[in-house]
Design a protein around this ligand. Sequence first.
Ligand SMILES: [Zn+2]
Length: 154
Amino acid sequence: MKKAAASGHAAHPREDPAERSRIMRAVKSRDTAPELAVRRITHRMGFRFSLKRDDLPGKPDLALPKYRAAIFVHGCFWHGHRCRRGARVPKTNTGYWRAKVARNRSRDRRVAAELRARGWRVLAIYECQLRREGAVGKRIEKFLRAGPDRPDNR
Ligand SMILES: [Zn+2]
C-alpha cells in the first residue's frame, strides 16, 4: 500500500519497484526468449547442460562439459549478425551503437578464442535462426555429436 505523498512530490509518481526490477532484468537480458528456445530445443534432444557457468570465459548461455561444448545465443542487433536485423543501425547515436556492436563482436571473438584455448568448442546461435527451430536443433545435434565425447575416444 502506498503512503499518500505528503512532501510535495505528488506530481512525480514514484517508480514502481516491481516495474524497475522488470526493467533491470531486461537490461541484464537474462532468460531471453531466444535463450529459452535454445534451452528447450537442446533439452528436448536429451542433452544436459548448465547455464551461464561463470568459471568459463564469457559465461556461455549453455555449457555441456561432457561434450566440451559451449553454446551462445546472440541477439542479431547486439552482435552484428549478417542479417537484416543485424544490419540495422539506429538513426540516432549511430556512432555510439556502431561502436557498441563492434565491441560486442570483438568480445565474442576473444571469448571464443579463450574457450578454444581451454579445449572447448563454441557454437553461436542467432535469434533470427530460431525462426526455424528444426534446423537449429539439427545444427546443435551435429555440433555436439562431432565432439570429443565418444566413449572410444578418450
Ligand atoms: Zn540474424
